[in-house]
Design a protein around this ligand. Structure first.
Ligand SMILES: CC(C)(COP(=O)(O)OP(=O)(O)OC[C@H]1O[C@@H](n2cnc3c(N)ncnc32)[C@H](O)[C@@H]1OP(=O)(O)O)[C@@H](O)C(=O)NCCC(=O)NCCS
Length: 255
């Protein structure tokens, strides 16, 4: 999937209503000490404390680059210093921007998987994003039994063995994107809503959901051969999605 690489040095126009901007960071491209040192300068104290707690360097780097991207992109939309941004999490852990008077109502969601961080930003619309890296999942039947609907399981088991693991990850990203957009985390039962993969992806609720399928739009992309990305947006009229790659950019020059 081709996406323009954007270096951020100044204000960029925030998404319009009905638009979703998706930013991708290939985190392992930014391993140089000076880049990571620069990313660290953008993070707040609580983020740095979390960053320090990761055991493996690869996880530390992923977290650092992902959160530097969040701060730098949102700050460029708002034309303020990245360090000035404040976040508040709901009771399920979903972070939102703390709005200062006059700030546009930007919503965002972040996801990271080995090698890739993805950020979606909208103008007030609920949004969720999930990325997963290709990997063997082990006992697929047990996992499918816990998180898929009967129709999703039927679909999976009609596929050749060799395709099943990847198809599970595709369904999984859509489910995660939806629960992240709703913001209630795993308090939502994953087997109570499902997806049919195809050109037009829509959600199907099992009986009893208070949510309306028609309010939601979904998209699935493959940013590289080993990553799958899903997007969930509460927007009835088919939003425009713009995909861009992000690289750390020191104000006044490259990092
Ligand atoms: C937290 C959760 C919402 C997403 O977790 P995840 O898929 O592991 O992680 P992602 O990388 O996609 O997203 C993490 C980011 O989502 C955001 N987030 C955290 N809680 C959130 C919530 N309730 N709703 C929306 N976004 C949330 C944060 O920005 C977080 O980033 P941070 O931890 O670096 O601050 C939750 O669904 C979860 O724990 N899922 C279980 C994951 C799992 O079992 N995976 C098995 C894969 S087959």
């Amino acid at each position: 999937m081709a996406a323009a690489v954007s270096a951020i040095t100044e204000r960029i126009p925030p998404p319009a209503h009905g638009e979703a901007h998706v930013w991708l960071a290939w985190t392992e491209r930014f391993a140089a000490t000076e880049i990571l040192d620069y990313c660290r300068t953008l993070l707040a104290q609580d983020e740095l404390e979390k960053w320090r707690r990761f055991h493996f360097e690869r996880d530390r780097q992923l977290y650092l680059v992902a959160h530097a991207m969040v701060r730098q992109v949102l700050a460029a939309y708002l034309a303020i210093a990245p360090e000035r941004l404040q976040f508040v999490a709901n009771r399920y852990g979903r972070p939102e921007l703390v709005r200062e008077p006059g700030m546009p109502d930007l919503r965002f969601n972040l996801s990271h998987a080995p090698g890739l961080a993805a950020l979606v930003v909208t103008r007030s619309a609920d949004c969720g994003i999930d990325v997963e890296a290709r990997r063997e999942l082990g006992d697929l039947a047990a996992m499918a039994g816990q998180v898929l609907t009967a129709a999703e399981r039927d679909y999976l088991w009609r596929l050749p063995d060799t395709e099943r693991n990847w198809a599970f990850l595709k369904l999984w990203t859509l489910k995660e994107a939806y629960i992240k957009a709703v913001g209630k985390g795993l308090s939502l039962a994953l087997h109570e809503f499902g997806f049919a993969l195809g050109a037009d992806i829509s959600i199907r609720f099992q009986t009893g959901s208070a949510d309306a399928a028609g309010e939601w739009q979904f998209a699935q992309r493959f940013p590289g051969p080993d990553h799958v990305l899903a997007l969930a947006l509460r927007s009835g009229d088919g939003p425009t999605c713009v995909y861009r790659e992000w690289a750390p950019q020191r104000r006044g020059g490259s990092a």
